[in-house]
Write a protein that binds this ligand. Structure first.
Ligand SMILES: [Fe+2]
Length: 307
């Protein structure tokens, strides 16, 4: 259901230092499915319940981090309309031809006041799931690998001009604010949604531009989050924090790092957001519980380690 013309987060391109090590992590441990590679050496992955061809692109590079995050829009007409509005807002807008990423139509790339690169696209090839669309089973043996990640869900990004990027996403792209974190009248965190999830993008105020905090993947249940914790222990994956619950969005979560130092989250559960909802407000004096509800305290690494 598109409430804004922007359907959902569709992909994230993540830089990794060592592609084979990254593939062991993202395919064998998280359970993403490799769906293609290209002549640039990029590898395309998807979750078992995702129908489009890919949602994660891994690119080998000298430094970890996020290249860009892409959102799917509901039509080529919406893509053109939003490209124009992004230009009017003052974004640097680049149209990337269809096929530059395999299986993906034309992309409209734009920068943001926090220094991050985002994209919109209207078309991506259909790959489908192992269950299919006719009389589908609820799951298939292909789904049972590693943490059994169902799909890419959202990113959390750090940057300086938080209010500028919030203005861009709300006024130009029609996102809604589900939750704000306030220090007095200064907004220090914002959770944004383009549909009915509690968040599709989160941004935290931070002195530097263009920092990547985490990419998050959805699991089915809290039990699956605990199973992910077992896999983290078994394969000695560096743990950040969890399993725990967020006050913000209510997600049940665990954070850990890929072999390049990029933070990942797997989580289950949030709430249904409706566009007539007023934003939830968190105050700085309750920040511990807002982030980690069980401990009611923050972990310094969670606040400061970004790629
Ligand atoms: Fe998250």
């Amino acid at each position: 259901m598109s409430l804004t013309g922007v359907l959902r987060p569709g992909h994230v391109s993540i830089r990794v230092l060592d592609l084979p090590a990254a593939l062991t992590h993202y395919v064998d441990r998280l359970g993403l499915i490799e769906s293609d590679r290209d002549e640039q050496g990029r590898v395309y992955l998807k979750g078992w319940d995702e129908r489009d061809w890919f949602s994660v692109v891994l690119r080998e590079a000298d430094a970890p981090g996020m290249d860009y995050m892409g959102f799917k829009v509901d039509s080529p007409a919406t893509l053109d309309r939003l490209a124009g509005r992004l230009r009017e807002f003052g974004c640097k807008v680049e149209r990337i031809p269809a096929g530059e990423l395999k299986h993906c139509g034309e992309r409209v790339r734009f920068d943001s006041p926090t220094g991050h690169s985002f994209e919109l696209y209207a078309q991506k090839d259909y790959l489908g799931t192992a269950m299919g669309l006719q009389n589908p089973d609820p799951w298939h043996e292909e789904c049972l690998k590693g943490m059994q990640v169902q799909r890419f869900d959202h990113c959390l990004l750090y940057g300086d001009d938080l209010d500028g990027t919030v203005k861009l996403f709300t006024e130009v792209l029609g996102f809604h604010i589900s939750e704000n974190v306030m220090d007095g009248e200064l907004r220090i965190g914002c959770f944004l949604t383009c549909g009915m999830k509690a968040h599709d993008l989160a941004i935290i105020r931070h002195p530097e531009k263009n920092r990547f905090h985490h990419a998050s993947f959805m699991l089915g249940t809290w039990e699956d989050v605990l199973r992910a914790a077992d896999i983290i222990g078994r394969f000695k994956i560096p743990l950040d924090i969890g399993p725990t619950r967020h006050g913000i969005t209510r997600g049940r979560t665990i954070y850990f790092f890929d072999p390049s130092g990029n933070r990942n989250e797997v989580f289950s559960g949030d709430y249904t957001y409706y566009p007539d909802y007023e934003p939830i407000r968190w105050t700085a004096d309750s920040l511990g519980g807002a982030i980690f509800y069980h401990d009611q305290a923050l972990n310094e690494r969670f606040l400061t380690v970004v790629t």
